[in-house]
Design a protein around this ligand. Structure first.
Ligand code: 8LQ
Length: 465
């Protein structure tokens, strides 16, 4: 086995092949594990040899980072967190000593796109970027994209790696790329006209943006199902594509298939979590591209299939800024491939319900654990829902209260009072907590052109009595 692999310039499988690399994708999991371990050993040794940060980080471990011989040894390496990267980059700006190549060999600089705190900086070398393109192309092949497809990218072309990573894959696959972007005033209205004229076959963006795009198209007099010709939309960045009723709504609105994708920008190739054209909900974990463990949220120890925990990722072939045992802070459940209802033939583990959300997005309301994506699922299943909502958690005395601000669709069959009851009942049956519900008219809440931010937790502001 060679490490790291050399990207294959422009080779592509036969058009009829469902696989980019049949052996890699369909081999028995045990055989794959052996190959993964070889790559893990190489990756950890490489990081240790080339990064002062990792040498310090592993100073007290009981295993030899230059020669990891088993998964058990690998699991003794400490977990890397976002704050470790931020601190390291603060002390050794701009890249931190995580960087394993010379600064002059960085060909691309990206960063985190959040609005708060110090952004994280990612320096990526040329060969890493080529591998990212290659792997994204491989995964997009499983999604059903082929070189004759026209693909519009409707996420912001900022530091956000989602847009650029999708672009790299679509380019490498040989599709016609239409890098439209998002985020500027009036851009969505323009996107509607461009899509109506150019009829792309596929779209990449966030699920929230697809709904906004669909609504905007309807306001401009289009029916996205009839007037556009999308076969597939692939999404990343937030839950939604694996929230069953949101997924159904997008599929119906555009008459297309929906594919869920995405790990984290740090972990690019972030498509290593991805649905395929056969999977009805959720994502396969391409764990021979990025190795993924599921760790217990409290004990941080590895969990078996069937359990719920935090995906923790390790690059397998990254030469510029490798991440090893990187804690995502997300929550999901994973299953072995043969427990999943998917007939694609791939033997990767699967996240059947996608990533529900971040552990710190989980609201504990009166002792019940609630993910905003559960509320989203209930609301999108209601006929008269006007597509947007907000969740406000407040504290009255010692009790937590859940307030929902929910839009009623234009042309709804129910009154605001009736809809309020419908929402209350639906949410109570899903999460066991009765919310206060404020009904407002469709269009009153701001739409996002990127990732939605729908939750306001005001409990910390409350005075304890
Ligand atoms: N996150 C990302 N993808 C998600 C998904 N499919 N389902 C649920 N939550 C998801 C560059 C790619 O779009 C991945 C990405 O968005 O990277 P970021 O910007 O670093 O954000 C990572 C976080 O987005 C994850 O930790 C998930 O909480 C969420």
């Amino acid at each position: 086995m060679s490490w790291p692999t050399i990207p294959t310039a422009d080779a592509r499988p036969d058009l009829e092949s469902p696989y980019w690399d049949e052996h890699q994708e369909t081999r028995p999991p045990e055989e794959r594990r052996e190959a993964i371990l070889e790559k893990l050993t190489e990756q950890v040794r490489y990081a240790y040899d080339n990064s002062e940060f990792y040498r310090e980080f592993y100073a007290d471990v009981d295993v030899d980072p230059r020669n990891i011989t088993s998964f058990e040894e690998f699991e003794q390496l400490p977990i890397l967190r976002s704050d470790d990267i931020k601190q390291e980059q603060k002390e050794h700006p701009p890249f931190g000593r995580l960087l394993c190549i010379d600064e002059e060999d960085i060909t691309r600089i990206y960063g985190t796109s959040g609005t708060t705190g110090r952004p994280k900086v990612f320096g990526i070398g040329e060969d890493d970027w080529e591998r990212i393109g290659e792997w994204h192309a491989q995964i997009l092949w499983s999604v059903g994209l082929r070189p004759d497809d026209r693909v519009i990218i409707t996420s912001p072309f900022i530091q956000y790696l989602g847009s650029w990573g999708a672009l790299a894959g679509v380019d490498r696959l040989g599709c016609t790329t239409f890098p439209f972007g998002a985020g500027m005033e009036g851009q969505t209205e323009q996107a509607v006209e461009w899509i109506a004229d150019l009829q792309p076959d596929a779209l990449y963006g966030t699920p929230s943006y697809a709904l906004y795009l669909g609504e905007t198209a309807q306001e401009s007099g289009y029916d996205p199902a009839d007037d556009f010709s999308f076969d597939v939309m692939f999404f990343s960045g937030e839950p939604g594509a694996s929230v069953p009723s949101t997924r159904r709504q997008i599929e119906t609105m555009f008459d297309c298939e929906v594919i869920d994708q995405g790990s984290m920008a740090e972990m690019t190739p972030w498509m290593s979590n991805s649905g395929c054209e056969h999977l009805k909900n959720g994502m396969h974990i391409w764990n021979d591209i990025v190795y993924t463990e599921l760790l217990d949220v409290e004990t941080e120890t590895p969990l078996d299939y069937g359990a719920e925990g935090v995906p923790t990722y390790t690059h397998l072939e990254r030469t510029s800024q490798p991440m090893i045992r990187y804690w995502s802070g997300d929550i999901t459940r994973w299953e072995r491939h043969d427990v999943t209802d998917c007939d694609c033939g791939r033997t990767y583990p699967t996240l059947p319900k996608g990533i529900y959300g971040r552990a710190d997005d989980m609201l504990v309301i009166r002792g019940k654990n609630v993910f905003p994506s559960q509320i989203e699922d209930q609301l999108h299943a209601l006929d008269d829902f006007g597509d947007e909502f907000r969740v406000v958690v407040e504290r009255e005395g010692t009790l937590d209260t859940l307030r929902l601000i929910v839009e009623l669709a234009d042309g709804a069959q129910t009154t605001a009072d009736e809809f309020q009851d419908v929402v209350r009942t639906a949410i109570k049956s899903e999460i066991g907590v009765t919310p206060d519900v404020n009904v407002i008219q469709q269009g009153e809440l701001e739409r996002t052109q990127f990732k939605a931010d729908r939750v306001k937790d005001e409990r910390e502001l409350a005075v304890e009595i």
